[in-house]
Design a protein around this ligand. Structure first.
Ligand SMILES: [Mg+2]
Length: 231
Protein backbone atom coordinates (compact mmCIF):
# COMPACT_ATOMS: atom_id res chain seq x y z
CA UNK A 1 0.00 0.00 0.00
CA UNK A 2 1.23 3.49 -0.85
CA UNK A 3 0.44 6.32 1.56
CA UNK A 4 3.12 8.93 0.89
CA UNK A 5 4.03 10.34 -2.50
CA UNK A 6 7.03 12.57 -3.11
CA UNK A 7 6.79 14.58 -6.31
CA UNK A 8 9.66 16.32 -7.98
CA UNK A 9 8.50 19.75 -9.10
CA UNK A 10 10.57 20.85 -12.10
CA UNK A 11 9.84 19.01 -15.35
CA UNK A 12 7.58 16.62 -13.44
CA UNK A 13 4.66 18.81 -12.29
CA UNK A 14 5.74 22.23 -13.55
CA UNK A 15 7.35 22.81 -16.93
CA UNK A 16 10.81 23.95 -15.97
CA UNK A 17 12.25 23.60 -19.46
CA UNK A 18 9.92 26.24 -20.83
CA UNK A 19 10.29 28.45 -17.74
CA UNK A 20 14.06 28.26 -17.98
CA UNK A 21 14.03 29.02 -21.70
CA UNK A 22 11.90 32.13 -21.27
CA UNK A 23 13.80 33.40 -18.24
CA UNK A 24 17.20 32.90 -19.84
CA UNK A 25 16.17 34.70 -23.04
CA UNK A 26 14.93 37.65 -20.98
CA UNK A 27 18.20 37.66 -19.05
CA UNK A 28 20.37 37.65 -22.17
CA UNK A 29 18.29 40.44 -23.74
CA UNK A 30 18.62 42.49 -20.54
CA UNK A 31 22.41 42.06 -20.62
CA UNK A 32 22.66 42.94 -24.33
CA UNK A 33 23.52 39.37 -25.38
CA UNK A 34 21.49 38.23 -28.42
CA UNK A 35 19.25 35.38 -27.14
CA UNK A 36 19.89 33.04 -30.05
CA UNK A 37 18.87 29.37 -29.92
CA UNK A 38 22.56 28.45 -30.04
CA UNK A 39 23.48 30.58 -27.02
CA UNK A 40 20.47 29.32 -25.07
CA UNK A 41 21.39 25.70 -25.89
CA UNK A 42 24.98 26.28 -24.80
CA UNK A 43 23.80 27.83 -21.53
CA UNK A 44 21.55 24.80 -20.93
CA UNK A 45 24.41 22.37 -21.47
CA UNK A 46 26.71 24.29 -19.10
CA UNK A 47 23.94 24.60 -16.53
CA UNK A 48 23.15 20.88 -16.64
CA UNK A 49 26.79 19.95 -16.09
CA UNK A 50 27.03 22.38 -13.17
CA UNK A 51 23.89 20.94 -11.53
CA UNK A 52 25.23 17.42 -11.90
CA UNK A 53 28.39 18.55 -10.11
CA UNK A 54 26.16 19.95 -7.35
CA UNK A 55 24.35 16.59 -7.07
CA UNK A 56 27.74 14.90 -6.68
CA UNK A 57 28.59 17.33 -3.90
CA UNK A 58 31.39 19.03 -5.87
CA UNK A 59 29.88 22.51 -6.00
CA UNK A 60 27.60 24.59 -3.81
CA UNK A 61 24.33 26.04 -5.03
CA UNK A 62 25.79 29.56 -4.80
CA UNK A 63 28.75 28.53 -6.96
CA UNK A 64 26.48 26.95 -9.60
CA UNK A 65 24.30 30.04 -9.79
CA UNK A 66 27.24 32.23 -10.81
CA UNK A 67 29.62 29.77 -12.51
CA UNK A 68 27.18 28.78 -15.26
CA UNK A 69 27.13 32.40 -16.44
CA UNK A 70 30.86 32.90 -15.85
CA UNK A 71 31.69 29.95 -18.12
CA UNK A 72 29.23 31.01 -20.82
CA UNK A 73 30.31 34.67 -20.84
CA UNK A 74 33.97 33.63 -21.03
CA UNK A 75 33.17 31.43 -24.05
CA UNK A 76 31.21 34.26 -25.68
CA UNK A 77 33.90 36.85 -24.89
CA UNK A 78 31.22 38.89 -23.13
CA UNK A 79 32.00 41.39 -20.38
CA UNK A 80 28.54 40.96 -18.81
CA UNK A 81 28.47 40.43 -15.05
CA UNK A 82 27.72 36.83 -13.98
CA UNK A 83 26.34 38.11 -10.66
CA UNK A 84 23.97 40.50 -12.43
CA UNK A 85 22.90 37.65 -14.73
CA UNK A 86 22.22 35.43 -11.71
CA UNK A 87 20.03 38.05 -10.01
CA UNK A 88 18.03 38.91 -13.12
CA UNK A 89 17.62 35.29 -14.16
CA UNK A 90 16.41 34.06 -10.79
CA UNK A 91 13.85 36.83 -10.56
CA UNK A 92 12.63 36.12 -14.11
CA UNK A 93 12.54 32.37 -13.42
CA UNK A 94 10.54 32.81 -10.22
CA UNK A 95 7.77 34.37 -12.32
CA UNK A 96 7.33 31.42 -14.71
CA UNK A 97 5.09 28.53 -13.66
CA UNK A 98 3.45 26.67 -16.54
CA UNK A 99 2.37 23.04 -15.96
CA UNK A 100 3.68 19.91 -17.61
CA UNK A 101 0.98 18.11 -19.67
CA UNK A 102 -1.44 16.54 -17.12
CA UNK A 103 0.57 17.97 -14.20
CA UNK A 104 -2.46 19.71 -12.70
CA UNK A 105 -4.74 16.75 -13.49
CA UNK A 106 -2.38 14.37 -11.72
CA UNK A 107 -2.45 16.49 -8.57
CA UNK A 108 -6.26 16.63 -8.71
CA UNK A 109 -6.44 12.83 -9.00
CA UNK A 110 -3.96 12.15 -6.16
CA UNK A 111 -5.23 14.81 -3.78
CA UNK A 112 -7.18 13.45 -0.81
CA UNK A 113 -6.14 9.84 -1.54
CA UNK A 114 -2.47 10.14 -0.62
CA UNK A 115 -0.28 12.45 1.42
CA UNK A 116 1.62 14.51 -1.13
CA UNK A 117 5.00 16.18 -0.74
CA UNK A 118 7.12 18.32 -3.01
CA UNK A 119 10.74 17.16 -3.10
CA UNK A 120 12.67 19.80 -5.03
CA UNK A 121 16.32 20.63 -5.57
CA UNK A 122 15.32 24.12 -6.64
CA UNK A 123 16.30 27.37 -5.02
CA UNK A 124 13.96 28.70 -2.34
CA UNK A 125 13.62 32.22 -3.75
CA UNK A 126 12.73 30.77 -7.16
CA UNK A 127 10.44 27.94 -6.04
CA UNK A 128 8.40 29.81 -3.43
CA UNK A 129 6.75 32.24 -5.92
CA UNK A 130 6.36 29.47 -8.53
CA UNK A 131 4.57 27.23 -6.03
CA UNK A 132 2.33 30.10 -4.90
CA UNK A 133 1.54 31.49 -8.36
CA UNK A 134 0.87 28.08 -9.96
CA UNK A 135 -1.59 27.24 -7.16
CA UNK A 136 0.03 23.84 -6.46
CA UNK A 137 0.78 24.62 -2.81
CA UNK A 138 -2.69 23.64 -1.60
CA UNK A 139 -2.26 20.03 -2.77
CA UNK A 140 0.72 19.31 -0.56
CA UNK A 141 1.09 18.21 3.05
CA UNK A 142 4.70 19.31 2.99
CA UNK A 143 7.10 21.18 0.74
CA UNK A 144 10.72 20.05 0.91
CA UNK A 145 13.19 22.30 -0.88
CA UNK A 146 16.81 21.30 -0.75
CA UNK A 147 18.13 24.77 0.00
CA UNK A 148 16.05 24.76 3.20
CA UNK A 149 16.98 21.20 4.13
CA UNK A 150 20.72 21.72 3.67
CA UNK A 151 21.04 18.65 1.43
CA UNK A 152 20.15 17.88 -2.18
CA UNK A 153 18.64 14.86 -3.92
CA UNK A 154 20.14 12.23 -4.32
CA UNK A 155 21.84 12.63 -0.92
CA UNK A 156 20.32 10.37 1.73
CA UNK A 157 20.35 13.36 4.11
CA UNK A 158 17.74 15.08 1.92
CA UNK A 159 15.31 12.20 2.34
CA UNK A 160 16.17 11.64 6.00
CA UNK A 161 15.10 15.24 6.65
CA UNK A 162 11.83 14.71 4.71
CA UNK A 163 11.02 11.46 6.52
CA UNK A 164 11.74 12.97 9.93
CA UNK A 165 9.10 15.63 9.26
CA UNK A 166 6.34 13.11 8.47
CA UNK A 167 4.50 11.46 11.40
CA UNK A 168 4.43 7.61 11.37
CA UNK A 169 6.43 7.52 8.16
CA UNK A 170 7.35 4.14 6.70
CA UNK A 171 9.60 3.97 3.60
CA UNK A 172 7.84 0.79 2.44
CA UNK A 173 4.68 2.79 1.81
CA UNK A 174 6.30 5.69 -0.04
CA UNK A 175 7.20 6.46 -3.64
CA UNK A 176 8.98 9.25 -5.47
CA UNK A 177 7.98 10.34 -8.96
CA UNK A 178 10.52 12.41 -10.85
CA UNK A 179 12.14 13.03 -14.21
CA UNK A 180 15.77 12.80 -13.11
CA UNK A 181 17.58 9.48 -12.74
CA UNK A 182 20.58 11.09 -11.08
CA UNK A 183 18.64 13.01 -8.41
CA UNK A 184 15.06 11.71 -7.99
CA UNK A 185 15.52 8.03 -8.74
CA UNK A 186 18.98 7.51 -7.28
CA UNK A 187 17.87 9.46 -4.20
CA UNK A 188 14.75 7.34 -3.82
CA UNK A 189 16.74 4.12 -4.17
CA UNK A 190 19.25 5.25 -1.53
CA UNK A 191 16.41 6.28 0.78
CA UNK A 192 14.72 2.89 0.44
CA UNK A 193 11.45 4.03 -1.11
CA UNK A 194 9.83 3.03 -4.40
CA UNK A 195 10.80 4.98 -7.48
CA UNK A 196 8.97 5.92 -10.66
CA UNK A 197 10.90 7.57 -13.47
CA UNK A 198 8.89 10.07 -15.53
CA UNK A 199 10.58 9.87 -18.90
CA UNK A 200 8.39 11.74 -21.42
CA UNK A 201 11.10 11.92 -24.07
CA UNK A 202 11.95 8.23 -23.88
CA UNK A 203 15.58 8.85 -22.93
CA UNK A 204 17.91 5.88 -22.56
CA UNK A 205 18.10 4.53 -19.03
CA UNK A 206 21.20 3.82 -16.95
CA UNK A 207 22.44 0.38 -15.95
CA UNK A 208 23.47 1.65 -12.52
CA UNK A 209 20.21 3.48 -11.65
CA UNK A 210 17.15 1.26 -12.11
CA UNK A 211 13.74 2.68 -11.16
CA UNK A 212 10.95 0.37 -9.99
CA UNK A 213 8.79 1.74 -12.79
CA UNK A 214 9.02 4.07 -15.77
CA UNK A 215 6.22 6.12 -17.35
CA UNK A 216 6.04 8.30 -20.45
CA UNK A 217 2.90 10.24 -19.47
CA UNK A 218 1.82 11.41 -16.03
CA UNK A 219 -1.63 9.71 -16.05
CA UNK A 220 0.19 6.36 -16.22
CA UNK A 221 1.31 7.00 -12.64
CA UNK A 222 -2.30 6.47 -11.51
CA UNK A 223 -2.48 3.02 -13.12
CA UNK A 224 0.88 2.18 -11.59
CA UNK A 225 -0.40 3.05 -8.11
CA UNK A 226 -3.46 0.85 -8.75
CA UNK A 227 -1.22 -2.03 -9.82
CA UNK A 228 0.85 -1.64 -6.67
CA UNK A 229 -2.29 -1.52 -4.53
CA UNK A 230 -3.51 -4.79 -6.09
CA UNK A 231 -0.15 -6.56 -6.05
MG1 LIG B 1 12.93 17.52 -12.24
Amino acid sequence: MIRWIFLDLDDTILDFGQAEDEAIRKTFSFLGIPPTDETVARYSAINKAQWEALERGELTREEVQVRRFEILFRELGSAASPEEARDYYMLALSREHGFMPFGKELLDALYGRYKLYIASNGTLSVQTPRIADSGVGRYFDGIFISEQLGAVKPQKEFFDACFAAIPDFSPREAVILGDSLSSDILGGIRAGIRTCWFNPQGKAGREDIRPDAEIRELPAFLSLLEDWENA
